[in-house]
Design a protein around this ligand. Structure first.
Ligand code: FAD
Ligand code: ZN
Length: 468
């Protein structure tokens, strides 16, 4: 009888199978190198038919499957366990754009397409695909959909869930569900595609999707605004939405400590103002009209805010280079923070109206418990999503500090729950927050999730140990 690996090799060919330990290694750990697994093999199918055959073979032998895209996820959801029995099913070879329909404003793409490539493909067709995040050069659309990725344009265009019209999915049985419809209206029962979006590979393998396209903006404006408090930033958001409406594309908050980390670790960055302020907002506006319209709009809005003393200073980018320089102050924060050593990360969402209360009360509670913590608070304020990260006090070794992770998580996540928030806004649960979520979701909601999982994956072979 053929071995399981020989059977897989017969399906995907030599180009689709990796078993040598040194070649398997990059697929066996996560981006942050927090989890390291030991897969039986890495399987890289080149078509939906191959995915279906591989999944069928796994179902027959009850082999667990860990789907993987660009492997940039931040909660260990694409990392196999250490048993040596699970396979990593990497979709990167399925990277064709199957069709673009500019009249329907859709494109049909395979799961392994890198996000940046899809942004370029859309632009070449005179359209915008708006999903945008710092990992866009290596994350893949199958991973983006499976994590319901957010990023920096959610305020205007929504997260990944809102950018999809149809899906093709290989179910845990190996059957292929062709749901590749390009319809904006389709009320014919349950919206099945939404089950697989944000499921972190626990219900099936996404092989292709129909994505929404939007008009390509012809002008944009970028501004950095200095503020006294996060409360003032929330007030500015309200004002900006009133004045600029849907032109407001991104609205990001970062503290002066975040700025200092970026300036320290990235030599070619510069502070936006001659003096420093407690907090900053980065605003991005875009418009399908060309010309100076959006810049004039944002300038007059900020002038009024300055006159009323609601903001402390503002700078509107005067060139493309300056706009990129402003954005790098926000985008380099995660990496700058990584250079400082380990820290305790939180990816939380709170109703926007309660976000400044969250920051004030949680900062105070952490200070009472630990004293001297350095808060790396930044994120997508326009979506109510903060990356509320906690760094060791000066003089405390980061490696020792992270031993307090469970206690600090408890303070932060309980505070989130009190204010009606979520402990995972955009990164997902994976293995990182699988146990933590048990404390914050109701037993009924968790049981509904388990029932869905059992119905679709009765053998439990799809990404076991993640989410639930
Ligand atoms: P992977 O990491 O490979 O997989 C993620 C999950 O999806 C796993 O559960 C995996 O099993 C599953 N999966 C992958 N492909 C499939 C498939 N075809 N079918 C079924 N399941 C599948 N995330 C945000 O939301 N917003 C941000 O702003 C953001 N910024 C980031 C910045 C940096 C520097 C980094 C490193 C990460 C950031 N992330 C962000 C997290 C990450 O990039 C996203 O979660 C991204 O969507 C993951 O895509 P991926 O292809 O790398 O997926
Ligand atoms: Zn983010």
């Amino acid at each position: 009888m053929r071995s399981f690996i020989e059977e897989i090799q017969a399906i995907v060919g030599p180009a689709g199978l990796i078993t040598l330990p040194q070649e398997v290694a990059p697929y066996a750990s996560d981006w942050r190198k927090r989890y390291v697994g030991k897969p039986a093999a890495v399987v890289k199918p080149a078509s939906t038919a191959e995915v279906a055959e591989v999944v069928r073979a796994c179902a027959e032998s009850r082999t667990a499957i860990v789907p993987q895209g660009g492997n940039t996820g931040l909660c260990g959801a694409a990392t196999p366990d250490a048993s040596g029995t699970q396979i990593v099913l990497n979709l990167s070879r399925m990277n064709r754009v199957r069709a673009i329909d500019t009249r329907n404003n859709t494109m049909t793409v395979e799961a392994g397409c890198v996000l940046a490539k899809l942004q370029n493909t859309a632009e070449e067709a005179g359209r915008l695909f708006p999903l945008s995040l710092a990992a866009e050069g290596s994350c893949e659309i199958g991973g983006n959909l499976s994590t319901n990725a957010g990023g920096t344009a959610v305020l205007r265009y929504g997260n990944a869930r809102e950018l999809v019209l149809g899906l093709e999915v290989v179910l845990p049985s190996g059957e292929v569900w062709d749901g590749l419809r390009g319809l904006r209206k389709d009320n014919t029962g349950y919206d099945l595609k939404q089950l697989f979006i944000g499921a972190e590979g626990t219900l099936g393998v996404i092989t292709a999707a129909v994505l929404k396209l939007f008009p390509l903006p012809k002008s944009h404006a970028t501004a950095v605004v200095a503020l006294e408090t996060p409360e003032k930033a929330v007030a500015l958001l309200e004002r900006a939405l009133g004045a600029c409406g849907e032109r407001l594309t991104g609205f990001e908050l970062f503290s002066d400590f975040c700025l200092s980390l970026v300036l320290k670790h990235f030599g070619d960055t510069a502070a936006p103002f001659p003096r420093r302020f407690p907090h900053y907002v980065l605003m991005e506006l875009s418009d399908t009209q060309s010309g100076e319209g959006v810049r004039v709009l944002v300038e007059s809005m900020l002038e009024a805010a300055l006159e009323e003393r609601n903001i402390l200073d503002a700078a509107v980018a005067q060139s493309e280079t300056q706009s990129r320089a402003f954005w790098s102050l926000r985008e380099f924060i995660s990496e700058a923070q990584a250079h400082e050593g380990p820290n305790i990360k939180h990816d939380v969402s709170i109703p926007i109206s309660r976000i400044s209360e969250f920051i004030a009360t949680t900062d105070a509670e952490l200070e009472r418990a630990y004293g001297g913590l350095r808060m790396v608070t930044f994120g997508h304020l326009g979506d109510g999503n903060l990356h509320y990260n906690v760094s060791a006090p000066e003089g405390v070794a980061p490696g020792v500090f992270v031993m307090h992770t469970a206690a600090i998580n408890r303070i932060v996540h309980d505070s989130v729950a009190r204010l009606g928030g979520s402990i995972s806004a955009e990164h997902g649960l994976g293995q990182l927050k699988r146990d933590e979520i048990q404390r914050y979701k109701s037993p009924l909601e968790l049981e509904l999730m388990r029932k869905l999982k059992r119905a679709l994956d009765p053998q439990g072979i799809m990404n076991p140990g993640k989410v639930l």
